[in-house]
Design a protein around this ligand. Structure first.
Ligand code: ADP
Ligand code: MG
Length: 487
C-alpha cells in the first residue's frame, strides 16, 4: 500500500518523527537529584531544578555517555564538539523560563534504523540526535480551582531523535518506533516504557500528489503510545486529504491528539526558531569529546537486534519472522539460546522452540504479568520440554498441560510427564484397539460416514483421544483411523 487512492487520484503520505527518550541514569542531566519514578511529587528536586538564584548546572557525564552510546547504536556520527543552547519560553512547569537543549550543533549527526516491513527491510534515516532536559509536569485534574506543579521530571536527561521524512504510512512509523524501542533497550540507554512517559513522539504528517513536492505538514505533539500514534496519523491523513480535495490548504501548525475521540485538534500555529530566542547556554562550556572515550563506548555496544536476527537465521536456521520475534528483546534471545544450548541441536527443534517461546511461554508470562527475565520456567526445562515433543514422547496437546504445571509446580517436564503418566502412546496396536472400540460404540455414525458424512472423521478422532486421555500420537491416530474406515 504505497499510495492512498481516492476518486480524485493518488496521494502519498510523508511522515517524520521527533522521538523524546528518557536516558537511563540515576541522576538528572545537570543536577544530582534522583530520577526515580513513582515517588512523591517534588521529592526529586534540588535548588537547581527549582531554578533558585545562584545555582549553576554541572554536566552529568554518565548521561553524555548514554547519549553517545545511543548515537553509535543508531549508526550516527558523534561530533567531537557540540554545544548547549537555551530555548526560552514561559510555562509554569519550567521555572528557569528556558530549557537547555542542543539547537545549532547537536551531539550526533545522521544515522539510520533498519525496520522490518512486509516487503522486507526498510531503512529510515535519522537527521540528528541531541541532548536536552525535560520540563516538570502541571497537574490540573486534582482539584477544581487549583493546578499543581511537580518538578520531579524537571531536568531529567532526554535524547531527541529526529528522523528524516522517510516514512510513508502509519505502519512505517509503528515499525520504526518498535525497532527504535528495541535498540534502546538493548543499549540500556532508555527503558522504552511509553506508559511511564519514558518514550514519546511528535509526529509530523503531510500528504502530496506523488508527482509533486512534499506537502505542508502538521505536527501532532507528545503522543505516548504506538497505537495512538497510528490513530493520529490516520486521522491527520484523512483530514488533510479532505482539505486539499475541497480546494483548501493545510496550514503548518502544532496539533494535539485526543485519545478519547481519536481526533487531532489545533493547538497553535507552528512556532519558529526566533520565537524561542535560542542562544548558546552561557553557564555551560562546549561539550568537547576525546575520541578515545567514544571508542571505549563503542566497545560496550552489544550485538543489536538486526544483527542478532541475521545470526539467529544463519546459526539456527530460523525463518526470518521467527528470528525477528526472538531477537526483539535481548532477554528473549538469551532464553532461546540458553534453551538450545542445553539440548542436542537440530534445526527442526530450534523452530519448535521458537514457537513454544513466542506463543505458549509468552501467553503464560502475560497471564502472570511477568517478564521472561523472571520466568518461573528455566531455559533448560523449556529445552527439555521441546525435546520431549520433538522425540514424540509427548504430544503438543499434552505439552501445553505440562508447561502449565512446570510454571505452577516448578518441576522438570520429564518429572511431570512421569508423575502424571502422560507419555504419548505411539504403539499402532494400542491405538488401533482404542479406535476399534470407538467405531464399535458408534456403529451408526460409521454408516453415516461411509454414506458421505466425512466430517465425522474428527468426531472419531475426538472420541479416541478421550479414550486415551489425550495421549495418542495424532499422526498415528489419523493414519490408523483412515485405514480402519476404508476397510
Ligand atoms: P522544525 O525544526 O521546524 O521542527 P525540521 O525540518 O527539523 O523542522 O523537521 C522536523 C520534523 O518534521 C522531522 O522529523 C522531519 O522529518 C519532519 N518533516 C519535515 N518535512 C516534512 C513534511 N513535508 N512532511 C512530513 N514530515 C516532515
Ligand atoms: Mg519540531
Amino acid at each position: 500500500m504505497r499510495y492512498i487512492e481516492t476518486t480524485s487520484g493518488q496521494w502519498e503520505v510523508v511522515i517524520g518523527l521527533e522521538v523524546h527518550a528518557q536516558i537511563i541514569s540515576k541522576s538528572k542531566l545537570f543536577s544530582n537529584a534522583s530520577t526515580r519514578f513513582g515517588v512523591n511529587p517534588n521529592e526529586n528536586v534540588t535548588f537547581l531544578d527549582a531554578a533558585l538564584p545562584g545555582t549553576l548546572p554541572a554536566i552529568n557525564s554518565f548521561c553524555i555517555d548514554q547519549a553517545i552510546k545511543t548515537g553509535l547504536g543508531l549508526n550516527g556520527t558523534v561530533n567531537l564538539i557540540s554545544y548547549f543552547d537555551r530555548k526560552n519560553y514561559f510555562y509554569a512547569d519550567l521555572p528557569h523560563g528556558y530549557q537547555i537543549t542542543q539547537f545549532y550543533h547537536p551531539l550526533i549527526s545522521g544515522g539510520y534504523i533498519e525496520t522490518e516491513t512486509e516487503d522486507g527491510v526498510k531503512r529510515i534515516n535519522i537527521n540528528h540526535i541531541h541532548i536536552e532536559q525535560d520540563a516538570g509536569k502541571s497537574i490540573h485534574d486534582q482539584s477544581p480551582a487549583k493546578s499543581f506543579i511537580d518538578l520531579n521530571r524537571a531536568g531529567v536527561a532526554l535524547i531527541e531523535i529526529v528522523t528524516e521524512p522517510d516514512m510513508r504510512s502509519a505502519e512505517d512509523a509503528a515499525n520504526f518506533l518498535r525497532a527504535l524501542r528495541s535498540i534502546l533497550r538493548y543499549l540500556r540507554t532508555c527503558d522504552g516504557n511509553m506508559d511511564e512517559g519514558s518514550m514519546r513522539a511528535d509526529v509530523n504528517v503531510s500528504v502530496h500528489r506523488p508527482e509533486t513536492e512534499y506537502g505542508t505538514r502538521a505536527e501532532v505533539k507528545n503522543i505516548n503510545s504506538i497505537r495512538f500514534i497510528v490513530a493520529a496519523i490516520n486521522f491527520e491523513v484523512n483530514r488533510q486529504v479532505e482539505l486539499l480535495e475541497s480546494g483548501r490548504k493545510v496550514i503548518q501548525e502544532t496539533r494535539l491528539f485526543d485519545s478519547a475521540t481519536g481526533k487531532t485538534k489545533s493547538m497553535r500555529y507552528k512556532e519558529d526558531a526566533h520565537d524561542y530566542r535560542y542562544f548558546q547556554e552561557p553557564d555551560l562550556p562546549p561539550l568537547i569529546l576525546d575520541p578515545v572515550r567514544i571508542e571505549a563506548l563503542r566497545e560496550t555496544i552489544p550485538e543489536l537486534p538486526s544483527e542478532k536476527t541475521r545470526r539467529l537465521q544463519r546459526d539456527y536456521g530460523l525463518p526470518r519472522d521467527d528470528a525477528v520475534l526472538i531477537a526483539c528483546e535481548e532477554e528473549v534471545a538469551d532464553f532461546f539460546e540458553k534453551a538450545l544450548a542445553s539440548v542436542e541441536f537440530n534445526k527442526a527443534l530450534a523452530k519448535i522452540l521458537s514457537n513454544w517461546i513466542t506463543v505458549e511461554l509468552f501467553a503464560l508470562l502475560n497471564k502472570y504479568s511477568k517478564t521472561i527475565a523472571v520466568s518461573r520456567i528455566s531455559p533448560k526445562d523449556m529445552g527439555e520440554l521441546v525435546s520431549l515433543i520433538k522425540t514424540d514422547v509427548i504430544s503438543g496437546k499434552i505439552a501445553k498441560d505440562v508447561l502449565a504445571l512446570m510454571w505452577t509446580e516448578q518441576k522438570s517436564p520429564s518429572a511431570i510427564v512421569k508423575e502424571m503418566g502422560w507419555t504419548q502412546i505411539t504403539s499402532v496396536e494400542t491405538i488401533r484397539n482404542s479406535l476399534k472400540e470407538v467405531l464399535e460404540d458408534h456403529a451408526d455414525k460409521v454408516t453415516e460416514y461411509k454414506s458421505g458424512k466425512e466430517k465425522l472423521f474428527g468426531f472419531f478422532i475426538g472420541q479416541a483421544m478421550k479414550k486415551t486421555m489425550g495421549k495418542a500420537n495424532p499422526q498415528v491416530l489419523n493414519d490408523v483411523l483412515r485405514e480402519l474406515l476404508s476397510e
